[in-house]
Design a protein around this ligand. Structure first.
Ligand code: HPA
Ligand code: ZN
Length: 346
């Protein structure tokens, strides 16, 4: 690992901005900004429950994950056509490119949209076209991870999988999102086994609000390769040892944890402790339109609150490539670019 030369605190935000990085935990529906939401509502003749953009933004105050999911779900009602999904993803990819995200793996779900009468083809073809165009337009790679909704049944997840199978080549993997408490990973054991047999890469949200036991079962029952959030792992030292030994990455989302009251303030966030323990932690934005910031905002606010260093920045960006589902040669190429950014930074 590169030994990074110290960087003055006032220069750290510039370095955090400039360093190439991968974003691996971002729900594309959670990137839909109020301005675009109103524009799509108008384009599609969908009524909005809020007067204007400011009134909508004022409603973005949450008590916990569920209170967020309710408002997030309402926001998805404006998405009707393939072009809507393209426009939403294109807006995120442009924003991420400005933050020097060079690779991203986007979460989306189809169950929300099919529940509104929108087909899986509309969703996936729109998102996938935006991912393909991002390479030419922003020099950025982007792939798609389908999240099953865990508050629904395993049978519903199987139905979802059957619908998307003809589009399987447009997906890199599957994940598990939505209300965590009361919906442990093992509820989806069979559908994840089937996805594994299909060669899909596996991730799951676990240990955001839920207990370490959910992280154990995501690993041992679902056999996931990454844990989304996972910040509750620190309550279980045997689990921490397992995550370190097997280099299981955690995709941590500090501003999400703050806004959903997983932590009461950023100074209490355990990102620094996770790194110290040798966990392959990464920084991500989760639902940037709702949680007050894209990936670099997550980096800069968390670094300021926890007094993290340039060495930590390098480690987190290095981890983001290690944790990604790109091939080994591409990982090395991004990590080399990262090292040269740090070596030449003044
Ligand atoms: N947790 C679970 N489900 C989600 C989230 C999250 O943070 N964001 C969007 N869906
Ligand atoms: Zn998430």
């Amino acid at each position: 690992m590169l030994k990074v030369k110290p960087v003055a605190v006032d220069r750290l935000p510039a370095l955090l901005q400039l360093m190439p990085k991968a974003e691996l935990h971002m729900h594309i529906e959670g990137s839909l900004e109020p301005e675009l939401m109103f524009a799509l509502a108008q384009r599609n003749g969908v009524a909005m429950a809020y007067e204007d953009v400011e009134a909508l933004r004022r409603a973005y105050v949450f008590d916990d994950l569920q209170s967020f999911l309710d408002i997030y779900h309402a926001g998805t009602l404006v998405l009707r056509t393939e072009q809507d999904f393209y426009d939403m993803a294109h807006a995120y990819l442009a924003r991420a490119a400005a933050d020097h995200v060079v690779h991203t793996e986007l979460f989306f779900d189809t169950q929300t949209h099919t529940g509104h009468g929108v087909s899986v083809e509309v969703v996936i073809n729109g998102l996938h076209r935006a991912c393909v165009d991002a390479q030419a337009e922003f020099g950025m790679s982007a792939s798609l991870i389908l999240c099953f909704l865990r508050h629904l049944s395993e049978e519903a997840a199987f139905e979802c999988l059957e619908q998307v199978l003809p589009l399987r080549d447009k997906l890199v993997g599957v994940g598990l999102a939505s209300s965590e408490m009361g919906h442990p990973p093992e509820k989806f054991a069979r559908v994840f086994a089937r996805c594994r047999a299909l060669g899909l890469r596996l991730v799951a949200h676990a240990g955001e609000e839920g207990p370490p036991a959910y992280i154990w079962s995501a690993l041992d029952v679902l056999k996931v390769e990454r844990i989304d959030h996972g910040v509750q792992a620190m309550k279980d030292s045997a689990l921490m040892a397992r995550l370190v030994k097997d280099r299981i990455p955690l995709t941590v989302c500090p501003l999400s944890n703050l806004k959903l009251r997983v932590v009461s303030n950023l100074a209490q966030h355990n990102l620094g402790q996770l790194l110290q323990a040798g966990i392959v932690a990464t920084v991500n934005s989760d639902d940037p339109s709702y949680f007050g910031g894209y990936i670099n905002q997550n980096f800069t606010e968390t670094f300021a609150a926890l007094a993290l260093t340039a060495q930590d920045a390098y480690q987190l960006a290095h981890n983001s490539f290690e944790a990604s589902f790109i091939d080994e040669a591409q990982k090395r190429a991004f990590q080399d670019r990262l090292a040269s950014t740090f070596e030449t930074f003044q």
